[in-house]
Design a protein around this ligand. Structure first.
Ligand SMILES: [Zn+2]
Length: 135
């Protein structure tokens, strides 16, 4: 088990991390302009509106990716090579993640993916990762 560095999440990020523990992706949505926001923030970056958490679809597409061949991170070293990607959620925001359940060389821009919490990374706090849709 890889322990985190001993810090607590900032207040505005707690609900995000609690959601992941329940295998739910919850991100913030602005109560004024209705845009979704990720990473967690104190107020909407578009119009300074109030943000509330809501569960989102977990569907996304790959915007950019790379294959990681070597890493010193103990939680990831056993999983190389793996795909690091920036995905765009159906709701708009982007997030950095791993793409699982596909040969790394088969990952393409615009690949449709969905969130998965079913992975073998040995992490103290779960992280959202993505896998291809319909595979
Ligand atoms: Zn807003």
């Amino acid at each position: 088990m890889v322990k985190k560095a001993g810090y607590e999440p900032r207040v505005e990020a707690r609900e995000y991390w609690e959601g992941l523990k329940e295998s739910k992706l919850r991100i913030q949505q602005c109560q004024s302009c209705e845009r979704y926001v990720f990473y967690p923030r104190e107020f909407c970056p578009h119009d300074f509106g109030k943000l509330e958490y809501t569960e989102v679809s977990g569907r996304a597409k790959v915007l950019a990716h790379t294959i990681v061949e070597k890493t010193a991170h103990p939680a990831y070293a056993a999983h190389t090579p793996f795909v690091m990607a920036v995905v765009q959620l159906e709701e708009g925001p982007t997030m950095m993640t791993h793409i699982l359940d596909i040969a790394p060389e088969e990952v393409r821009t615009n690949l449709e993916v969905e969130i998965t919490f079913n992975h073998s990374y040995d992490l103290e706090d779960p992280l959202p990762m993505f896998r291809p849709v319909n595979r």
